[in-house]
Write a protein that binds this ligand. Structure first.
Ligand code: FPP
Length: 247
């Protein structure tokens, strides 16, 4: 690897353990080239590979990608179907390579809404990569932050109704344990591509103290050097979590 940036990242001990990405701009990327939107998503798959490789090279431990939101179900049926097929294609084409690279894939979201062929592909890639220790890759599919919090409220209420939990015992820890991301730390860094300054219903609970990096680069053009730039910028931030700087 010949990147100067990767050397600079490694010189600093503070590599973000968990990086999350809102992958945005596939449609615009295709539009600028007079191509149909689904070709933008297809090109976006290469950018997924770039970020996975970048994360491994930088020593990031968890990479979370917003691949399909609950709102995305409202897109035209052809686009939804193209995105589901792309996920299946990714699982088939990349599963073996991810396994070899020590990437453990998790797919998180309301998967009941996903068609059976995509669910099978998800099962295959999660089963075949289980036990990978280099990088945990969370693909957020049929995921929405508000829906996740409503689900959390429902799970906690059921436990109260069953007499397993006293309402006075409900605190941040108890709620955290009901989230799709219950077994991973909160993201240290959130990257959003395509220059939009929005969270778009992504990980509303988990992003409370996450550092944000917003770039104008459209997702299909986002390469590993862009990923390294985001980490370098993060390494210059002063994270205080609502407190004051330590002296
Ligand atoms: C947002 O761009 C992107 C998506 C809705 C889908 C993200 C999917 C991929 C990157 C493809 C494959 C992913 C995996 C994990 C295999 P947009 O369509 O909203 O773009 P626009 O805002 O320019 O219209």
């Amino acid at each position: 690897m010949s990147s100067d940036n990767i050397d600079r990242i490694r010189l600093c001990s503070d590599v973000p353990e968990h990086v999350a990405i809102i992958m945005d701009g596939n449609g615009r990327w295709a539009g600028e080239r007079g191509l149909p939107r689904h070709l933008g998503h297809r090109e976006g798959m290469n950018a997924v590979r770039e970020s996975v490789e970048g994360a491994i090279a930088a020593g990031v431990q968890i990479l979370t990608l917003f691949a399909f939101s609950t709102e995305n179900w409202n897109r035209p049926p052809q686009e939804v179907s193209a995105l589901m097929q792309l996920l299946q294609h990714y699982a088939r084409r990349e599963g073996e390579e991810l396994r070899k690279r020590g990437v453990e894939v998790h797919v998180l979201g309301e998967l009941d809404r996903v068609d059976s062929a995509t669910r099978r592909a998800i099962e295959t890639i999660t089963d075949s990569t289980r036990g990978g220790i280099t990088l945990r890759l969370n693909l957020m599919i049929s995921y929405g932050g508000r829906e996740e919090l409503v689900r959390a409220a429902r799970i906690l209420s059921e436990r109260v109704r069953a007499g397993e939990l006293d309402p006075d015992e409900i605190n941040e820890d108890e709620l955290q344990k009901t989230l799709f991301t219950r077994d991973v730390r909160e993201p240290d860094l959130l990257i959003r591509t395509s220059g939009e300054f929005r969270i778009s219903n992504f990980m509303l609970w988990q992003l409370a103290y996450t550092e944000l990096h917003i770039t104008r680069v459209l997702w299909p053009d986002f390469g590993r050097e862009d990923f390294f730039e985001a980490i370098l910028e993060y390494q210059n931030r002063d994270r205080r979590f609502g407190s004051v700087r330590s002296q």
